[in-house]
Design a protein. Structure first.
Length: 319
């Protein structure tokens, strides 16, 4: 981690270390639920859009991060088994674990089986998924809808392949929200709660907060089915950040975001979450495709964000 990231992480740690333990699970006392979290800070692949895999590994090493969620621009879904495994070995040799893949669309049975075969080839035991069917709509976010039928298909394949699948929430009302497509974690939970327990949630903290919800409270509510977590800053409504107009659904630096990540990480710790929290950074500009963002657009904020989140995590471990 570079000097800026370290300093910012130290600031985050100092800011929350004095708050002590206020967990509802232990009544504010230092009991069994308190202690070192089981989860770690990683990076969602979209963060390094625009970089090669080798460049991405250089950045992860520089920032002392050891987990990456695979995206197909680094790990092509069309690659052969041997090619994918060679890419994974390259990451492992650099001290990086490919801990999950996605988000990946689930649109029909053939495509779903290819997706699970892809994850099996990568050797991951978790993936973020979006099972959806088309619908009529004017805006891009309105043209996809949640599908119980495809959730049932995903559930069967999750059991067959023994891979935990988390449905990614994308918000309902703001920015690039998809109001009919698992807009809130609770909507996804209701859709899958009676299906195989390996089908659950990829909990996007920023989207949850932007919809006016309390992410820490939501985490405690759905803890038994949270298999992946995406983290970044968010605001409720438009904001002017770093000289550009940003919306709530886009990434804003967590240091200027009102999200209480100390409470979020404490809720994850108290619930026994043992996966990764992946930085999903894209500081886009209102009206622009966020996929043009990522590292190539905002390299400065990524080490700062990682330092901040690691500082908060360290503070939770001490609380």
């Amino acid at each position: 981690m570079d000097r800026r990231g370290f300093l910012l992480g130290a600031m985050a740690g100092g800011a929350v270390a004095l708050s002590g333990c206020a967990s509802t699970a232990c009544g504010g006392a230092r009991k069994a639920c308190c202690g070192k979290p089981k989860f770690r800070i990683g990076v969602a692949g979209i963060t390094y859009l625009g970089l090669t895999l080798d460049q991405t590994l250089d950045e992860l090493e520089r920032n002392q991060v050891h987990g990456l969620c695979a995206k197909d621009f680094h790990f092509p879904m069309t690659a052969k088994l041997a090619e994918l495994r060679a890419l994974v070995r390259k990451c492992n040799d650099r001290g990086v674990e490919i801990y999950a893949a996605g988000p990946l669309d689930i649109t029909d049975e053939d495509q779903a089986k290819r997706t699970f075969d892809y994850c099996a080839a990568l050797g991951v035991k978790r993936m973020a998924v979006v099972p959806w069917e088309p619908r009529e709509g004017k805006l891009p976010g309105e043209k996809r809808q949640a599908s119980r039928r495809l959730c049932e298909l995903t559930s069967r394949l999750a059991a067959e392949y023994d891979i935990k699948c988390g449905i990614h929430n994308h918000g309902k009302t703001l920015g690039e929200a998809s109001p009919y497509l698992y807009g809130l974690p609770g909507e996804a939970y209701e859709m899958v709660k009676d299906l195989d327990p390996r089908l659950g949630l990829c909990f996007d903290v920023a989207y949850d907060h932007a919809e006016g919800l309390d992410p820490a409270e939501e985490i405690r509510k759905f803890a038994d089915r949270i298999f992946d977590v995406h983290i970044r800053g968010a605001v409720r409504g438009p904001a002017f950040i770093d000289g550009r107009n940003c919306e709530s659904s886009q990434g804003v630096p967590p240091q200027v975001s009102p999200i209480d990540y100390f409470s979020v990480f404490r809720a994850l710790r108290d619930s026994g979450y043992d996966g990764w929290c992946g930085l999903e950074h894209y500081l886009g500009e209102t009206g622009k495709d966020h996929k043009s963002g990522g590292y190539a657009k905002d390299p400065f904020w990524i080490p700062l964000s990682l330092g901040y989140f690691q500082g908060v995590l360290d503070s939770v471990a001490r609380a």
